[in-house]
Design a protein around this ligand. Structure first.
Ligand code: RIB
Length: 317
């Protein structure tokens, strides 16, 4: 299966922090770690680790970070021969990592912002012949809009991760096959705060009215809601010890896409996606945390075994 990912490549600089500085204040954090990331590159690598044949489309700078990002993807077989080099810096994400594994990210887009529609013209044919194309919003939205249209016209399934969040997504991208927001992005797009199944249903319906055929609404450790032509379905999350939530959503989306392309039902694909996301949060970093398919399958077997042993040992009334 041929998956094309159109998006960002960033070098992530992780700094563990206890507290955030206020204005004019300096706080000491832990040792910084430079780890490959970027929503596009993460999804490309995650899809390759799930067994897809992946081509990355995007831009890096002419610097050591750009080289390191290509190398990280190529190590797992992602085709980076079409990644362009920009005469400027590679994107950098400053990830402030809190003790509970949550993060705050400041993005310096660098080369990602230079990936304007004129540079993306060359990829129309590639996109039109893929089995699926994944997009996010860390490159110019005009470029995303242009290539989504090409894919939709060619009948190629499109997946849009509307992150970083912005409210004007459907102005630029009127139609998409799947949208994969988290609660925060869903609220920005629909005005509906997702707190339970009822609000999730309303938010998904609104997203479908706005232009998404189907919705994968990620609710963090709680799991996901899937809205398609058969209605709404909830897949619960899997509880794990949290180290770092960075790129869990990328692992989730890529696992869903690849399983679905393999012919799995939305239910089976959503279950694999939740397991991939759960595994990713148990590890530090974006790309180092992305699980391989065997790991996800093995993890689900462990979860099932634990559940069935609990059922077996439950005393009968
Ligand atoms: O989705 C996670 C990614 O978001 C990080 O790798 C970082 O680069 C930010 O863009």
């Amino acid at each position: 299966m041929n998956v094309v990912v159109v998006g960002s490549l960033n070098m992530d600089v992780f700094i563990p922090v206890d507290t955030y500085p206020g204005s004019g204040e300096t706080v000491k954090g832990g040792n910084a770690k430079y780890l490959p990331g970027g929503k596009g590159a993460n999804q490309a690598l995650a899809a390759a680790r799930q067994g897809a044949n992946v081509t990355m489309v995007g831009m890096v700078g002419a610097d050591a970070n750009g080289e390191a990002l290509r190398a990280s993807l190529e190590a797992d077989g992602v085709n980076c021969s079409l990644v362009q080099t920009f005469d400027g810096p590679t994107g950098i994400a400053f990830v402030h990592l809190e003790k509970d594994g949550s993060n705050r990210i400041i993005l310096s887009s660098g080369a990602n912002d230079a990936f304007l529609p004129d540079r993306a013209e060359a990829y129309k044919d590639l996109v039109a012949h893929a089995d699926a194309v994944l997009f996010q919003l860390e490159i110019p939205i005009e470029t995303v809009g242009m290539l989504v249209r090409v894919a939709m016209e060619a009948g190629v399934p499109t997946y849009l991760d509307p992150a970083p969040a912005r409210s004007d997504v459907f102005t630029h991208i009127p139609k998409v096959d799947w949208i994969t927001p988290n609660e925060h992005e869903a609220q920005l797009l629909t005005g509906i705060k997702v707190v339970d199944a009822t609000s999730a249903r309303l938010a998904c319906a609104k997203l479908q009215q706005l232009g998404a055929k189907r919705v994968l609404l990620k609710v963090g450790s709680q799991g996901t809601y899937v809205a398609d032509e058969n209605g709404l379905f909830y897949q619960p999350g899997i509880a794990v010890p949290v180290v770092d939530t960075t790129a869990a959503g990328d692992a989730f989306t890529a696992a869903f896409v690849v399983e679905y392309l393999r012919g799995e039902s939305v239910y089976g694909a959503a279950r694999m996606a939740c397991a991939a996301g759960a595994l990713a949060v148990t590890r530090l970093g974006a790309q180092p945390s992305l699980p391989y398919r065997d790991e996800v399958v093995g993890f689900l077997e462990t979860v099932d075994a634990a559940l069935s042993s609990k059922t077996e040992t439950t005393p009968r009334e």
